[in-house]
Design a protein around this ligand. Structure first.
Ligand SMILES: [Zn+2]
Ligand SMILES: [Zn+2]
Length: 838
């Protein structure tokens, strides 16, 4: 690509002074203008905008979790996250991929509404101001987004498609309304999804207990996909931690429905602890069981009736504290495995709704059963080794004993084997339970996607016809008086699409996580007015090849997005199963004091301040130097100073370009090989160390061609000054679109020798320092180096270099001569003896 507009801009920037001996200062190199110039050019030439292209270029969809646009603007954590992504995007682009790297804003949601109420401005105004600030700041970091693909979820052209997807789900029964016990946060003034309740508290308000309310609400039937979501085997390139968190959240548990014979009739019992079935010593049927009296013998009838009158109805919650009570029904149940007959009791601690309203009691290994057995003097059997079941129930899993052919197995193995046995013998069947509940999406708040539903007295729940979408959020509403949308009469009162009679709109809005459950699809076709997305475009770009974001989204956003893709697949709109092939979780960036950056600790460093003081390139370089991107790191002021000095050195180096020697060529090739591998695997900090080391070699001189290879690697970290130097070297293209360098021949021997010399120099430095500290360096003039004969040549070659560094005479001697001067020096290969003399 030819850069015509460069000439105009040049004059502003090239007022640089290349005085060799002067220290580079911030004033001399106008990083700020260089950065602004290249940011403008990238945008003007649209070099990061992409289209679907057929042919050999492979696509690569790189995505960062899009931000919520807060009015505080970009914080250092954002800068870290987006720099990680940008380096990867640039690297993939230079490696020949057609890279889709978009950015957008998750701009609906409670924080904007609350902030707007507090600051008395409309949420729309508040949000749009925040977004424009965000974009400006992100651009100043030099991020290579395709800005033409921008999405903002608060715009009707986006949320229209939330509504459309909702209608499609409604048609298929995946969206439904029901009255349910729901979680309510008093501070949020809205209900919450199960995923938004953390240890009984609101996810936004750690100090607020969530209340239970019985309300009519909208749900998405995520449980229909519980089994598929639980299967994380396709997520091969996801962090194990995230997969485990998802599995735990979905909580798949295996149980068995097993039939016990009572008076010739089969009674199914549900249990998850089949490993304890040999320990059953009695059964307990719920006092509310509809068929209870089929079990009660004539003899026991009055006893049971007396008992039923005495007890009160119980709920799950009460059972723990309740004193366990019961009476014998007169019937016996036959254990299908042991063929033992055990008494059936009616008890107050079994719920009619649980399983089939009857449980097998294993007092040796269940605390409730144990309490009951002690009270009524029923036998207690040990079938799992590990505790003392005479004193208390041993509830853990373990090795089976007294369990017939299953003795000696561990619980897991036994459950599997007994289940198989039961199914084979047709004594029962396996069943699966999940902890996951349907996703509650209604919010009694304003700043969200309106749910496209109309209530008609005649027709009931009626969907808004597709042609009438979007149902727009009205601008005029009152806050603080219940549901804000209900305060706008024009919005609320409408006509029934079916009977044209008077009707009323749904005033709840959707959970903001609905917006982020499919946004990656819209990036593929963000301007489509007729459809949410075009299938051909989706097929080209999706799934996302690399997703980058925080681990805190493991059980909300990432499960919801996986659910949406599966639902859209079954609705016929997409053809893949999983949205994100690879997932990378960035680590947390702490303040310089090792604490989380916070206002109260005064340890916040603002990325924009750093850009203004040191340049965006220096900030990027420093952020990636701190630590491996997937681990936590600590901000360092000294780090950014050092990054800045290095950048200045690279910039200053330019006029010295000459010839490369063999050593430099080898070092360069080795660095290209290793840095490519490091970047591919997000080991940016290691890549930076190697790039800096390589640059140190350039002191010996380097050819333009080799310097260009260095610059290409450097450019993914520091794109602005790299573009500038690239251009000054006479190139007409953008370095951002250049091909990544290919490593040539590596002379490992030569590199090893060089490493040996470097170690020697390091050792000499240390010795001189020790002498200096002891005040013994005064009259020393000569450094004697004793090496084994094989290595004499290597060190002799470095003689001049050492002389220059230390400004002392240097003598390279055979180790055997050491004895002649009366010094005992032990030398190992690669580690010569050093002696400093007068
Ligand atoms: Zn809350
Ligand atoms: Zn109607």
């Amino acid at each position: 690509m030819i850069i015509e507009s460069l000439k105009k801009e040049e004059s502003k920037v090239f007022k640089l002074n290349f005085n060799k001996n002067s220290m580079v200062s911030k004033k001399e190199i106008d990083f700020f203008s260089i950065e602004k110039k290249w940011q403008k050019l990238w945008e003007k030439k649209k070099i990061f905008e992409v289209k679907e292209i057929k042919g050999k270029k492979k696509k690569f969809f790189l995505l960062e979790m899009f931000p919520y646009p807060s009015s505080y603007g970009l914080h250092m954590g954002h800068a870290l996250n987006y720099t990680i992504g940008d380096i990867y995007a640039r690297f993939k682009r230079m490696n020949g991929f057609n890279v889709l790297y978009p950015m957008g804003y998750d701009s609906l949601g409670l924080p904007a509404e609350n902030a707007a109420i507090k600051e008395k401005i409309h949420p729309k105004k508040y949000t749009e101001k925040a977004i424009s600030n965000f974009i400006k700041q992100q651009k100043s970091l030099g991020l290579s987004y395709d800005w033409s693909r921008l999405i903002e979820t608060h715009k009707p052209d986006y949320y229209k498609w939330d509504q459309w997807i909702f209608l499609k789900m409604f048609e298929k029964g995946l969206a439904y309304r029901k009255k349910a016990a729901v979680n309510y946060c008093e501070k949020c003034k809205t209900v919450l999804a199960n995923e938004q309740v953390h240890n009984g508290k609101c996810w936004r308000h750690e100090d607020t207990n969530v209340e239970i309310k019985h309300l009519e609400q909208w749900f998405l039937k995520i449980t229909k996909y519980a089994d598929e979501l639980y299967d994380v085997s396709k997520l091969k390139n996801w962090p194990e931690k995230i997969k485990t968190m998802q599995e735990n959240w979905i909580g798949k548990s295996y149980g068995v429905d097993i039939n016990f014979d009572i008076n010739g009739i089969k009674w199914p019992i549900f249990t998850t602890r089949l490993d304890t079935i040999y320990g059953v010593t009695f059964m307990v049927v719920s006092s509310q069981h509809p068929k209870l009296f089929e079990l009660v013998t004539e003899k026991q009838k009055s006893e049971v009736e007396k008992f039923l009158k005495k007890i009160k109805s119980t709920s799950e919650k009460d059972i723990e504290e309740l004193e366990k009570e019961g009476v014998f029904t007169g019937s016996y149940a036959t254990n299908p495995l042991t063929h033992e007959k055990v008494p059936v009791y009616v008890g107050n601690f079994v719920l009619a709704e649980y399983g089939s309203g009857m449980v097998m009691a294993v007092p040796g290994h269940d605390a409730r059963d144990f309490e009951f057995a002690k009270k009524y003097n029923l036998p207690i059997k040990e079938v799992i080794k590990g505790g003392n079941v005479k004193e208390r129930a041993y509830v853990n899993e373990g090795i089976l004993v007294n369990s017939g052919q299953f003795s000696g197995m561990n619980s897991k193995e036994a459950i599997e084997k007994i289940s198989k046995y039961i199914e084979k013998q047709k004594l029962g069947k396996r069943t699966i339970n999940y902890k996951l509940r349907d996703w509650l999406i209604s919010r009694q708040r304003y700043w969200g996607t309106p749910i496209p539903i109309i209530y008609c007295d005649k027709c009931g729940i009626v969907t808004v016809p597709e042609k009438d979408l979007p149902v727009k959020l009205p601008e005029k509403v009152k806050f603080g008086k219940g549901n804000p949308l209900a305060t706008n009469k024009k919005f609320l009162e409408t006509k029934c699409p079916k009977c044209k009679g008077k009707a009323r709109r749904e005033t709840d809005t959707m959970d903001t996580f609905v917006n982020s459950s499919w946004y990656f699809l819209r990036y593929c076709d963000n301007k489509n007015k007729k459809k949410a997305f075009d299938n051909k475009k989706i097929e080209y770009w999706m799934p996302v090849d690399q997703y980058i974001g925080g681990a805190e989204h493991a059980c909300m956003h990432l499960i919801y997005a996986r659910f949406f893709v599966k639902a859209l697949r079954d609705l016929g709109f997409v053809k893949f199963d999983e949205p994100f092939l690879k997932l990378f979780n960035q680590g947390m960036l702490l303040g310089a004091d090792g604490n989380k950056m916070s206002k109260s600790l005064g340890n916040i460093v603002n990325p924009i301040d750093m850009i203004n003081k040191y340049s965006a390139d220096a900030l990027r370089f420093n952020l990636m130097s701190l630590a491996s991107p997937d681990t936590g790191s600590m901000w360092s002021d000294r780090g950014i100073e050092s990054s800045f000095r290095f950048l200045s050195k690279v910039y200053e180096y330019f006029p010295k370009i000459g010839k490369s020697n063999k050593l430099i060529e080898s070092k360069l090739n080795k660095t290209i090989k290793e840095v490519s591998d490091d970047i591919e695997n997000f080991r940016y900090n290691l890549a930076i160390i190697k790039i800096r080391e390589l640059f140190d070699y350039f002191e010996q001189g380097v050819s333009k061609k080799d310097f260009c290879s260095f610059l290409k690697m450097f450019s993914v970290f520091c794109p602005h000054i790299s573009e500038e130097l690239w251009h000054k070297l006479g190139n007409k293209s953008f370095i951002s679109l250049e091909k990544w360098p290919v490593p040539g021949k590596i002379d490992e021997n030569l590199l090893k020798e060089e490493e040996q010399i470097e170690k020697l120099i390091e050792d000499i430095k240390n010795i001189l320092e020790i002498l200096e500290n002891r005040n013994e360096l005064k009259n020393k003039k000569k450094i004697k180096i004793f090496a084994i004969p094989k290595e004499l040549e290597i060190y002799s070659g470095a003689k001049e270099k050492i002389k220059k560094i230390f400004n002392m005479e240097v003598e390279i001697l055979d180790i055997r001569e050491a004895s002649k001067i009366g010094k005992i020096i032990k030398a190992q290969p690669g580690k010569p003896g050093i002696y400093v003399s007068d």
